[in-house]
Ligand binder design. Structure first.
Ligand code: NAP
Length: 320
């Protein structure tokens, strides 16, 4: 199989990976981004991004596409492929994808996170048949119908508000009696006539035939179990957080509950391996913080490569 040597390989093409690629390519590193799905990562599931500095409002997928275009224009390579193996401990890092084998002097892991599943019976069976994890992709199917949104964080509320553009009613099912979402989003949801709340409840089971037809809920305070059915189709949208995409690196990279440990310079426990974005142990997971991680990781990767090659790195001055 063909092997290709890069200065920097970035795993993941979300905001963290693409920002790392921007900085890597601008520093004239031979840079490759490997993305298994679509550029932009999680933001492609977000309707509107309105908290990225300097941009009033932009569709998530559009922001991802712009980021990719920019890095490619600066000379980074971008491939759609799935990483199946990563050997990161040695000086030369080996990345095996479904299609090829690559080598790199430094690697930045920016593989992000996937939507968390409820884990109840019927969820897997009806995924894509009434259950969705992406409002941008699927909300339009529920024009004039009822939708149930599971979750109480920013994603659930943000997406519930978006779904009201299509659905006649959006019921938010939350396991507590207070939302986790920001005050701004909460206010918008409480002020929206199309939204109501089912508090203290979780989804116990999803039943149906060809599509989901019955939602079994349990009230966690009273223990009451109730079943929601309808003659009309209805949608179930799940937004209960994310699970980091780090399984591939288990046993090599230090993690806590699947999240990668780094220092402030994005170094992992392995020389020449950096991590950036939502898969890192941190508190604020936003597009802007992912981008920040990516920039820091790339600058430090550049420094690492320069030092390995005995070159003087003049990029930044460390505090003494
Ligand atoms: P999140 O903040 O972790 O919220 C997850 C929500 O799901 C919480 O309300 C949680 O309930 C609930 N939950 C978790 N596990 C559950 C389970 N097994 N069953 C039922 N409910 C469960 O996740 P997120 O909303 O996806 O947001 C992720 C990050 O992205 C956050 O940092 C958020 O601020 C950011 N984000 C920002 C924006 C924006 O600024 N517009 C939009 C989207 C996301 P509890 O509250 O009881 O824990």
């Amino acid at each position: 199989m063909e092997e290709i040597m890069y200065d920097l390989i970035i795993l993941g093409g979300g905001p963290a990976g693409l920002t790392a690629a921007l900085y890597g390519a601008r520093a004239k590193l031979k840079t490759l981004v490997i993305e298994s799905k679509i550029e932009g990562g999680q933001i492609t599931n977000t309707t509107d991004v309105e908290n990225y500095p300097g941009i009033d409002m932009i569709n998530g997928a559009e922001l991802g596409a712009k980021m990719k275009k920019q890095v490619v224009e600066f000379g980074a390579e971008f491939v759609y492929d799935e990483v199946v193996e990563a050997e990161l401990k040695e000086e030369v890092k080996k990345i095996k994808t479904k299609e090829k084998e690559y080598e790199a002097k430094a690697v930045i892991i920016a593989t992000g996170a996937d939507p968390r599943k409820i884990g109840c019976p019927g969820e897997e069976e009806y995924a894509g048949k009434g259950i969705s994890y992406c409002a941008t992709c699927d909300a339009a199917f529920y024009e004039g119908l009822e939708v149930y949104v599971v979750g109480g964080g920013d994603s659930a509320i943000d997406e519930a508000l978006f779904i009201t553009k299509f659905a006649k009613k959006v019921h938010i099912i939350h396991r507590r009696d207070a939302l986790r979402a920001s005050q701004t989003l909460q206010k918008r949801a409480f002020d929206n006539d199309k939204i109501d709340f089912i508090w203290d409840s979780t989804v116990k089971e999803i039943k149906g035939d060809m599509t989901a037809k019955e939602l079994v809920l349990e009230n966690l305070k009273t223990g009451e179990v109730k079943s929601i059915t309808s003659d009309e189709p209805f949608g179930i949208f799940v937004f209960i957080g994310y699970v980091p995409n780090t399984k591939l690196f288990e046993g090599q990279i230090e993690m806590e509950k699947g999240y990668i440990k780094t220092d402030e310079e994005m170094h992992t426990n392995l020389d020449g391996v950096f991590a950036a974005g939502d898969l890192r142990i941190k508190t604020v997971r936003q597009v802007v913080t992912a981008a920040s991680d990516g920039a820091i990781a790339a600058v430090n990767a550049e420094k690492y490569i320069a030092e390995k090659e005995g070159k003087l790195y003049e990029g930044f001055k460390e505090n003494k």
